[in-house]
Ligand binder design. Structure first.
Ligand code: DAH
Length: 338
């Protein structure tokens, strides 16, 4: 028996484990149920007498040696598999490197900002969650104005007595700016706004606006017209513009500005409903009540304001027909604007 044990020990020592395949052969040969070690243990069961104890010790020690060699090799080859240095074939061709791009709305926003920065406007920002004062009351919205209606505004549940909502326009930032600065103020306020409207190809429940505000001594409507004319000439090229009287609670007088696209292409005809004119923005002279609400003396200062939808201008610029495409994050759409 001792001879068989020694023989097994020698065979085990001579067995060369060089990879996971030979490791498996080793396991089958020595450690499996039909392996040579099991065979010896079976024979051991039949032994009786004084030598049983000694043989048992020898058998156990060879078992430990066989197992230790197996475990060490297993560690070596499995850690080789898990290695953090995968074998890389450096001769393979490199796959194309995908670059992200800025969103078309961001491009248009930046383009508009650049034009106004060139004539002395700076950029200001305000919060998307607004209180009633900044979004409505300070802007001269009467208490019963339909824009405060639940249908247009996303109100926010809150425990406090103050009512909060997602801002419905960037005009709220005008108020914050006027409250916190001394004229002259010449700022542009881009941002996202929210309205509880049915989503369709032409309108979305959130969109982007850019607001302009200029407050100083002796600012007049002709300054407003000249500034907007300059903007149109830079952004759209030389085009006719016209101002139509309109109404906004926070400006007096108020106007809407149209640019002339003509009707020669089918798209221009459709966009302008056959008139050739497309409305681009709302504007006006800041109502003295709004100045008073923001602690600016209307006897000393006057100013103009304007607001335009960036999404609409983006759709116009790139010929995008459905506003929803701009918010789906579909890379097939976005990569067209790189
Ligand atoms: N806040 C208006 C809107 O969302 C747009 C607007 C009109 C802004 C006239 C102005 C303005 O600053 O003077 O429809």
């Amino acid at each position: 028996m001792i001879e068989r044990i020694n023989h097994l020990k020698e065979k085990m020592k001579a067995f060369d484990i060089s990879n996971s395949e030979t490791l498996e052969n080793y396991r089958l040969k020595f450690l499996s149920k039909k392996g040579e070690l099991t065979e010896l243990f079976d024979s051991f069961k039949l032994i009786t007498g004084a030598e049983k104890k000694y043989i048992g010790q020898q058998l156990n020690s060879v078992r430990i040696e066989i197992e230790t060699k197996f475990n060490e090799a297993k560690e070596k080859f499995s850690s080789f598999k898990k290695s953090s240095h995968p074998v890389t074939d450096l001769s393979l061709p490199v796959s194309a490197f995908e670059l992200g791009s800025s969103h078309p709305i961001t491009n248009v926003k930046n383009e508009i900002i650049k034009i106004f920065e060139s004539i002395g406007f700076n950029v200001a920002k305000g919060p998307e969650i607004e209180d009633d004062w900044h979004n409505f009351s300070a802007l001269n919205f009467p208490e019963n104005h339909p824009a405060r209606d639940m249908q247009d505004t996303f109100f926010i549940d809150s425990d406090s007595s103050e009512k909060y909502a997602l801002r419905t326009h960037t005009s709220s930032v005008q108020v914050r700016l006027m409250e916190n600065s001394i004229p002259p103020i010449r700022s542009l306020m881009p941002g996202r706004v929210f309205r509880n409207e049915a989503v369709s190809a032409r309108s979305n429940c959130f969109f982007h606006q850019i607001e302009g505000l200029y407050i100083d001594e002796a600012v007049s409507f002709s300054d407003l017209k000249q500034t907007l004319y300059y903007f149109v000439s830079q952004f759209f090229g030389e085009r006719e513009i016209r101002f139509r009287p309109s109404y906004f609670p926070f400006t007096e007088p108020s106007a809407e500005m149209d640019i002339y696209l003509g009707t020669s292409t089918e798209q221009d005809y459709r966009l302008t409903k056959g008139t050739g004119w497309l409305e681009i923005l709302g504007c006006g002279m800041v109502d003295p009540n709004v100045l008073i609400n923001c602690k600016i003396d209307p006897e000393k200062f006057t100013g103009y304001a304007f607001g335009m939808g960036i999404d609409r201008i983006t759709m116009l610029k790139y010929g995008i027909k459905d506003i929803r495409q701009m918010f789906e994050n579909d890379s097939r759409f976005l990569e067209q604007f790189i």
